[in-house]
Design a binder for this molecule. Structure first.
Ligand code: ARG
Length: 567
């Protein structure tokens, strides 16, 4: 994406120094303080070619470059040459682009022609969706949207944990105490209860482990009854997951979970053996990774026909063949970092040069401030309970603030869920999240509801104005106050923020951006009346307000949040 202001500076400097444009462009910085200008050129790099001290070069260049056009002022400061752009030009160009592109502003094609596969959410089928799953789901969903916004083809995959001994245990528990009617009524919870109960009993009576082994082996061997039960449990649970994904507005291209790869591990194991990578160790087949300071990767144990690691190897190879991805992203908690380091290393040793395109995006854990979550079942907190509670609390707040609001249910849902999702995304993903109801639902704090509320507030200004929005022919040169310019400056950074957030897989950059924009927008709003008797000025300010709503809505979307127009 070209910034016409930077390009103009580059032209001046390149002409004056004979240094190629690309090299000059790479040197341009944004000064730490606005008083120091909008852009700065450090002159150290020219000292050799021009045979002068950097301070002298800055001074000379400052005299040679005449302001005009987009550049209002040039000033040397020590070894730096500072550029001040014409604010009128800057405001006009930036707002014109936002007005023209609306909700598309900030999107780019930098990833055009490239494909990214994002493995996210990926819960285990033997338990319901717990609060722990919000992280991978919210981060992964936001990454999908960020990559889409930068032009990539995105394939979201739910690598369900739907194979292995856990599922043998579900069958064993069902065989002992299962009640079909209860399972039908509330599948994941009932299945989870069975699972928890079995685990507890097994602690007292370890011989219960035999039935787990028995059913796991039957499952692996394709026994009809085992498969029927496994499939039933899986279908019921996935149906339940999909309801939650519906609430969160999350979709996947595929639900190819671990069971899908169960019968695809054979050729991978053969390949590992043929390449001399797999060796026998203590009755298991492993790939030694001590050269890379990692424990061995377990490829096959005595009793399982496939294990998590090998299913992941098969999955990566399958995904490369199927989607020919340029990048493969895994979003899981940091606890699985070693697993993924081992995985990528083994792929590399197998000779797959695309192993370098595989990325693990780890995140910290989520917890609740003690005693604040009432509906704990067993020792896990179900996500659905959290979402419902957020919706209920939000409904109370909305009811209080604006009792006559139409469509309160939908608003409470969008804002309640938005609060939970935003709380998950607003700090750097590797940090642990402590969930505090008062904090996340605070309409005035750094929260999802605050951003949504700010957006709704400006939508209501637009409604009050009632004219054509965006107003055509607004004279944008009337927007000169410092608060106004600050809002525009903030919005101008949106495209770059999106690219950075995608590149670093860091949705918190967007969350931070939205808070900055809300702060600047509110500063503007508190200092100036948008709708007044001065029609041309009103029109120009309405154009600004429209731009703010468009950018806020686009940013909320990137985080997976809705942007209600009223609340
Ligand atoms: N099912 C795993 C869990 O709940 C996450 C799977 C992540 N993806 C993968 N390809 N291993 O922890």
């Amino acid at each position: 994406m070209v910034n016409p202001f930077v390009e103009e500076i580059v032209s001046h400097v390149s002409t004056a120094t004979d240094v190629p444009r690309d090299e000059v462009r790479a040197l341009i910085e944004v000064p730490p303080k606005p008083e120091m200008g909008d852009y700065a050129l450090p002159c150290f790099r020219f000292a050799k070619t021009l045979r002068k001290a950097p301070n002298q070069i800055a001074r000379d260049l400052g005299e040679r470059i005449r302001p005009g056009g987009r550049i209002a002022r040039v000033r040397a400061a020590g070894p730096y040459l500072n550029f001040y752009v014409s604010q009128t030009e800057f405001v006009r160009e930036t707002l014109s682009e936002i007005l023209a592109r609306g909700g598309q502003f900030g999107r780019s094609g930098v990833g055009a022609g490239k494909t990214v596969v994002i493995d996210f959410s990926s819960p285990d089928v033997s338990k319901p969706f717990t609060i722990a799953h919000i992280r991978s789901t919210a981060i992964g969903n936001s990454l999908c949207r960020l990559y889409e916004a930068t032009g990539w083809d995105v394939i979201g995959i739910n690598h369900l944990g739907d194979w292995g001994a856990k599922h043998g245990m579900s069958i064993a528990a069902y065989k002992r105490w299962g009640d079909d009617a209860a399972i039908r009524e509330n599948p994941p919870y009932e299945l989870f209860n069975l699972y928890v109960r079995y685990n507890a009993e097994m602690e007292k009576d370890p011989s219960l482990g035999n039935a787990v082994k028995y059913w796991t082996q039957k499952l692996e061997a394709g026994d009809a009854e085992a498969l029927r039960l496994w499939n039933w449990f899986r279908e019921e649970t996935v149906k339940d997951f999909k309801r939650i994904y519906g609430l969160l507005d999350v979709t996947f291209a595929e639900y190819t979970g671990e069971s899908f790869f169960h019968d695809k591990v054979g050729p991978v194991i053969d390949e590992l053996k043929a390449g001399g990578l797999a060796v026998e160790s203590e009755g298991a087949l492993v790939v030694m990774l001590d050269e890379d300071d990692m424990p061995p990767a377990i490829i096959q144990t005595g009793h399982d026909t496939s294990v998590y690691f090998t299913r992941d190897l098969a999955a990566a190879i399958y995904r490369k063949k199927t989607y020919d991805f340029d990048k493969l992203i895994y979003t899981t908690d940091a606890g699985q970092s070693l697993h993924f380091r081992q995985l990528f290393k083994v792929l590399e040793r197998m000779g797959y040069e695309w192993a370098k395109d595989c990325v693990h995006v780890p995140f910290g854990i989520i917890s609740f401030k003690e005693g604040r979550m009432s509906s704990r079942r067993g020792n896990v907190i179900f996500l659905e309970d959290v979402l419902n509670r957020a919706i209920e609390l939000t409904r109370g707040i909305v009811e209080n603030k604006n009792p006559d609001l139409p469509g309160k249910d939908a608003i409470a849902r969008d804002v309640g869920i938005g609060a939970v999702v935003y709380a998950d995304l607003d700090s750097r993903r590797t940090r642990d999240v402590v969930f505090d109801w008062d904090e996340i639902l605070n309409f005035n704090g750094e929260t999802g509801p605050y951003v949504q509320y700010t957006h709704a507030r400006y939508c209501s200004v637009l409604r009050r104005y009632g004219g054509a929005v965006p107003p055509s022919g607004a004279d944008l040169s009337l927007l000169t106050e410092p608060e106004t310019v600050a809002v525009v400056k903030c919005m101008e950074r949106f495209p770059e923020r999106i690219r950075n957030a995608a590149e670093t897989c860091e949705p918190s950059l967007i969350a931070g951006f939205l808070i900055e924009l809300c702060t600047e927008a509110n500063r503007f709003y508190n200092a100036h009346r948008v709708i007044s008797d001065d029609l041309p000025l009103t029109r120009a300010r309405i154009a600004l307000v429209y731009s703010i709503t468009a950018v806020l809505a686009a940013g909320l979307h990137l985080l997976g949040l809705k942007a209600p127009e009223e609340m």
